[in-house]
Design a protein around this ligand. Sequence first.
Ligand code: ASP
Ligand code: MG
Length: 425
Amino acid sequence: MQNSHPLHVYKFGGASVKDAAAIRNLRHIVQTTGVGRQLLIVVSAMGKTTNALEDLFQLAYSGQEYGEKLAQLTAFHQGVARELFAGADDPQVQELLVQLQDRLATLTPHDDYDKQYDQIVSFGELLATRIVARALDAKWLDCRPLLRTDHTWREGRLDWPTTERNLRAALPSLLQQGSVVTQGFLGGTPSGHTTTLGREGSDYTAAILAYCLDAAAVTIWKDVAGLLNADPKVFRDTVRYPEVSYQETIEMAYYGASVIHPKTIKPLAVRQIPLLVKSFLDPTAEGTKIHNCRHSLLVPAYIRKTGQCLVSFESKDLTFISEENLEVIFGALAQVRLKIHLMQNSAISFSVCTDFSAYRLEKLLGLLREQFSIHYNTGLDLYTIKNYNAASIRRLTEDRELLLEQRTRQTFQFVCRTDTHEHLR
Ligand code: ASP
Ligand code: MG
């Protein structure tokens, strides 16, 4: 018999599964809002686990001592499992922890850095989903054989037709039997290796699943009231947008609004699947609905990207920065996988603002040092004001030294040093 209940994809991020109490709250949300729905539940790594795994990986890869960090991560997951499951260890969690330990012990500095990163960092989602699936008494699904990607480690590019075929073959019958819990952020290559989809990629996973299975809606459960015009940890007087178009949301995410992963919106827009952003602390509150709608100009959105660096290239012979020079610079940036967030050129120099990564920057310098003199500043932030006005620009730029600024019709962006004293702006 066809189950006529509509399919909803729920996504729970790290904060919503940060400890046993959070997972009980998740269970409450699923039980109260999931009535009359088929639920496919996407879960991220618990709390700050992905950062911890990145640190662990970094230490292990570079041959440093990581035992203490591993012990912390192990104790944390065991502790949550014991708290939820009557004081006993969970066998599946235990097994994963042993696998993680083995993998760390066999890392070699000769193997591809990014490939090994994926094999390690993916444990966060595997562990979290084991715990959440059991807490919900739901089915646990390993998404890796289904979400097919290429070999672009740390940013796996999806093979859409294969993924859609896989999901349509596997999921409907599984969902008939009850709720299904699966990992955000992960995919798999044809050769069976794990890939990750880029930091904060679990939102994207939810959109991929919804697209391929033609879900009725996606709900992202967050620790904020919905899509806000700014991060309340950084800015005061934030405002919730009740309703936003896909287009507007894509732009905000592109500039770095941390609320939704930038790749999330397009698949949903293509199949006209609404995206609800709701608070896991107040699940009955309205939140934000992102869908195909018209609305008047939104209040200015403030977006901060931290950990930026500004790299300037000058041609050594004081010739102009030409198309040929730019081609070389862009090629090198692509090769070391540094994304340009903002760029500007003048007669003899060209500057880009990118995420700071010592490793990638070093590779970039290696490629370009001969042809250009290169200067760079680190410890910077990139601010974007979308739908700016004079007051909003004043609010952010007052008493700051701007290293670079740029304005288009709708956005005002600038780069400045990271504030040493964090206070709400
Ligand atoms: N756990 C991953 C991260 O922290 C993916 C996600 O949370 O969306 O980046
Ligand atoms: Mg997260």
